[in-house]
Design a protein around this ligand. Structure first.
Ligand code: NI
Length: 227
């Protein structure tokens, strides 16, 4: 399941974060790549242990915990410390699937990547090209979102970033280990949660049918969650 999560950061939060990261020194994007992706990847990245990356990443993780749509869809166990990249003219990232496991020694984080996320930190009007292209069983999806919006997609997906032809594309990217490893189960729980919330607005949280459905949601979560 692919999901657009709007407004993870406000315009003011994006501006503050951009000021923080833009002033920091950046490095070649291949500093964190495996052998295969090093052949496909042309961009710049903020060093993951830099002060700016750690602080901006913490602000993003904090914003995510306050976002009900993200929390319901991702059911996060651990959110990897966000990384930051920028693609100028001629930069792009060819077809690849993200590594299954990620280790961040500095912050002692070790995850299985169930979901990949890109949080856009500039507006589509600031650059040409640079679409995130994700292929799944439902076809090919091109993604280019307003600053502050996030796209969430299964980390098992083949994806690429089209070459930027003008301007600059700045984004944060990271992975999530979910409490629910299986994408189909997670999607079912998400749909169920949204439907229960919609029904509860009409019938009230304490209507017997809503109590029963909410119990069903939690019992499925109990059956499937891996802590
Ligand atoms: Ni990737």
């Amino acid at each position: 399941m692919m999901l657009h999560v709007p407004g993870v950061l406000t315009a003011a939060q994006v501006a503050e974060l951009r000021a923080q990261i833009d002033a920091a020194p950046w490095e070649d994007g291949n500093a964190t790549s495996g052998a295969q992706s090093a052949l496909a990847k042309f961009n710049r990245q903020l060093p993951e242990n830099s002060e700016a990356a750690v602080q901006a990443g913490a602000a993003i993780r904090e914003a995510l915990t306050r976002n009900p749509l993200f929390m319901s869809a991702a059911l996060p166990h651990t959110v990897y410390p966000p990384l930051f990249n920028r693609y100028g003219p001629g930069h792009g990232f060819g077809d690849h699937i993200d590594n299954a496991l990620r280790f961040q020694r500095h912050q002692n984080v070790r995850i299985r990547t169930d979901l990949s996320a890109t949080l856009f930190l500039c507006d589509p009007s600031e650059y040409e090209g640079g679409e995130l292209v994700v292929e799944d069983t439902y076809g090919v999806h091109e993604v280019k979102l307003p600053a502050g919006d996030l796209i969430l997609y299964p980390a098992s997906s083949l994806h690429r970033v089209q070459a930027v032809t003008a301007g600059e594309r700045v984004a944060s990217f990271f992975w999530i280990q979910s409490l629910i490893r299986d994408d189909a189960r997670r999607a079912l729980l998400f749909d169920m949660d949204l439907a229960i919330q919609t029904l509860a607005r009409g019938a009230g949280q304490d209507a017997p049918a809503i109590v029963s459905l909410t119990g069903g949601y939690h019992n499925l979560l109990r059956m499937w969650a891996e802590l």
